[in-house]
Design a protein around this ligand. Structure first.
Ligand code: J2J
Length: 516
């Protein structure tokens, strides 16, 4: 049913699409990595070579292939080779470790595991004689791709027909607990998603994208990221060292026009730039920021300090993407995450009984649409995440503003219930970060027999600061008494996930292990 409904817009597949990019932009530079510049024509040849190698390894259409690599041009070759032959890459973040890999392998039973020098997880799993790895026939270290003898096979002999409904890739869910869930994205839906956000952000052949975030993540890969840049004939510049100095020098050297950050990386860049504005970053037009709550205080600095326009992206690997538009006013861009990229995205904001909330009220965002999944891959308890009508329950609390833009206020599960009063951590975090002695903070609810939840602030401070100081600061900001924090924990740093998002689950565990 649903396939038919969106059939008229989900028309593409990677085999034809990538072929067209290479043909249309053959002399443009597709990738810059250090001193190396790769044209689209060269990229095309590298993909053919890589595909032949995979074919010789017995890879066929429909095979799952674990890809566990850092930010290097080989990642792009491997990804494009696999999807153009109909094989299905499982994109594992390089920072993911044994436990996660083991869980993913168990569910997806990949035929090959491809890894590079940035990860060495499999080596240690093999050494342990791990049962879960029995399903994997082969492991491939990326240097094998370069040195292989692959000239014999004729490309045409294994060109399988691919249709838009075919599975193209498996992304990992952004959850911070346990084993990530696998997100099945099809050729048609993923390319539609890439195309819509590329149009929204008006990318062209002149676009130069600095890829800082892990390429295996949906944001850097396809929103618009690497694939949006390549489908526009632009250039992807690879950054494999997440350090502000490296980021700014690459922007100057390669005249980067846009990049994508999570808030923690943005903050690092802002702090650096305020101290050292030596690099010429005048080419920068757009700074995309998403993945986690961005305090307005930080958002307001972007245009001023970095010169490019802040574009907020509220995205999910499950599908739905909302983002600001280039023509949105400054006030809009700093205060919300804009609108869905497709007019076919059906969004509802519901209360805890599942009823839609009144305009302007906060509720949980649920969504159905042409590029949003209706089930996770091989998951038994899919019912937990989708309703009977096929809506994906995002677990995010949002508010629809009067102009139709969406504003994310936090995760449903993060809401603190203190003696019946409901508090969203983001409201406190936004205010606490304005305190001159606070460098970073995260608020969580901790269990309390009397109150249900207590409000606990984790903070990185410039100097010794007390709970009383924080409460005073919040009172001066005019906040309700019941929202004043009960506990302050000063820490050296706030823990982050493999995607460098604040890891509240890690804070909850820390709280249990250290303070209970
Ligand atoms: C607050 N929370 C946000 C935002 C995502 C582009 C950008 C991000 C992702 C991503 C992505 C947020 N403000 N601006 O895939 O293509 C939180 C929400 C959401 C979850 C999804 C993309 N943007 N989030 O972050 O699948 O809680 O995708 O449900 O990793 O991140 O995480 P993930």
């Amino acid at each position: 049913m649903e396939k038919n409904r969106y059939g008229h817009i989900l028309t593409e597949n990677f085999q034809e699409a990538v072929g067209a990019w290479i043909k249309n932009y053959s002399n443009n530079i597709a990738i810059i990595e250090g001193e190396r510049k790769i044209t689209y024509r060269e990229l095309g040849n590298l993909i053919i070579r890589c595909r032949k190698f995979f074919f010789e390894q017995g890879v066929k259409k429909g095979d799952n292939i674990a890809v566990h690599m850092g930010n290097h041009s080989e990642f792009i070759m491997v990804f494009l080779s696999l999807v153009t032959m109909g094989a299905v890459p499982i994109l594992i973040l390089s920072a993911q470790k044994k436990n996660e890999v083991r869980g993913i392998v168990r569910v997806a039973t990949p035929k090959l595991y491809i890894y590079d020098a940035a990860v060495s997880v499999l080596g240690s799993l093999v050494a342990e004689g791990n049962k879960e790895l029995k399903g994997i026939e082969k492991t491939i270290f990326t240097s094998m791709l370069e040195s292989s003898e692959v000239e014999k096979t004729k490309e045409e002999t294994y060109k399988e027909q691919i249709v838009p409904e075919d599975l193209a890739l498996l992304l990992l869910s952004g959850g911070t607990t346990g084993i990530p869930k696998l997100i099945p994205r099809t050729h048609g839906d993923y390319l539609y998603n890439v195309k819509r956000i590329t149009e929204r952000l008006k990318l062209t052949q002149e676009s130069v994208f600095l890829s800082v975030l892990p390429m295996a993540h949906n944001f850097a890969l396809g929103n618009p990221g690497i694939l949006g840049t390549l489908c526009s004939g632009g250039t992807v510049v690879i950054c494999n060292d997440i350090a502000a100095m490296e980021i700014f020098s690459l922007i100057e050297e390669t005249k980067v026009t846009f990049t994508a950050f999570v808030p923690s990386i943005l903050k690092m860049c802002l702090e650096y730039r305020i101290l050292d504005d030596g690099d010429d970053i005048s080419s920068l037009q757009q700074v995309l920021v998403g993945g986690a709550m961005l305090p307005e205080e930080t958002a307001r600095q972007v245009d001023l300090v970095l010169g490019g326009k802040l574009i907020q992206v509220f995205g999910t690997a499950e599908g739905l993407i909302c983002t600001n538009s280039m023509d949105d006013s400054y006030e809009t861009r700093v205060s919300c995450q804009g609108q869905p990229i497709s007019e076919y995205d059906e969004i509802k904001i519901i209360d805890s009984d599942g009823k839609e909330v009144a305009q302007g009220e906060i509720g949980e965002l649920i969504v159905k649409g042409p590029y949003t999944i209706q089930e996770y891959y091989r998951l038994l308890d899919n019912d937990k995440y989708f309703n009977e009508e096929g809506f994906y329950l995002s677990g995010d609390k949002v508010r629809k503003l009067e102009d139709g833009n969406l504003k994310v206020v936090g995760r449903v599960k993060e809401q603190i219930n203190r003696a019946g009063e409901k508090i969203m951590p983001s409201e406190l975090e936004e205010l606490i970060i304005k305190h001159p002695d606070i460098m970073d903070c995260a608020v969580i609810g901790i269990e309390d027999e009397m109150l249900g939840n207590k409000i606990c602030v984790y903070a990185v401070a410039r100097k010794n600061i007390s709970l009383l100081d924080i409460r005073k600061h919040l009172e001066e900001a005019g906040i309700a008494m019941f929202k004043l924090p009960d506990v302050l924990r000063l820490v050296k740093r706030i823990p982050v996930t493999a995607m460098k998002k604040v890891d509240k689950e890690a804070l909850r565990i820390l709280e249990k292990e250290h303070y209970e």
